[in-house]
Design a protein around this ligand. Structure first.
Ligand SMILES: [Cu+2]
Length: 192
């Protein structure tokens, strides 16, 4: 009898531990988010990790690697555009979600930020070899981009100018991507 109950006890213990770890992991990351809400939180966390990784390089604290920048930019692009907006089906605010109803009341603007991020990230992938403004002949383009930035945020005007984006220094594009994150959050994410 001892030999039979022992493995069963072990199995029950292992199962309980698994459930506990699962619940704790979820609580730490997303306060119990499930389904599409969890999916988009995971996608957003992925974006945040990628941006953090790039930030050190863009500030010159970590040696610049065009390969890492290109790869990261493609990752950001892959989480933008339709890939992002399709994680927000109408009214999908559940549990710990910080999504605001404004998303669906002003879907065009929400979508524009998402497309803008895709275009800028693709621009960064193309511009990875340009390096940083401080070391680059492309710093003139950065100046242009900074003057145009508010216009971009308002109208998405730059979204068609892939050639111009590809001529910018990488850190200029990084800044525009970061601004796009903030602009969208400002309007469409609850502050908690
Ligand atoms: Cu979360």
């Amino acid at each position: 009898m001892y030999k039979l109950s022992n493995p069963m006890k072990f199995a029950a213990y292992a199962f309980a531990a698994l459930v506990t770890i699962g619940a704790a992991g979820g609580a730490i990351a997303h306060g119990g988010a499930t389904g599409i809400v969890k999916q988009r939180m995971d996608a957003m966390s992925n974006l945040a990790d990628t941006m953090k990784k790039l930030a050190g390089m863009m500030r010159g604290q970590v040696p610049y690697s065009p390969i890492v920048v290109r790869k990261s930019a493609k990752k950001i692009a892959g989480h933008s555009g339709d890939a992002l907006t399709r994680l927000f089906p109408e009214g999908s605010i559940k549990g710990p979600s910080e999504a605001r109803h404004a998303i669906w009341a002003d879907w065009d603007t929400f979508k524009r930020y998402s497309v803008q991020m895709e275009v800028l990230a693709n621009g960064l992938a193309s511009a990875a070899n340009n390096g940083l403004a401080a070391n680059s002949a492309a710093s003139g383009a950065l100046q242009d981009a900074n003057t145009e930035a508010p216009e971009i945020m308002r109208t998405g005007a730059m979204t068609h100018d892939a050639e111009k984006l590809a001529s910018m220094p990488a850190d200029g594009l990084f800044t525009l991507i970061a601004r796009t994150c903030s602009s969208c959050h400002e309007k469409f994410r609850l502050k908690k």
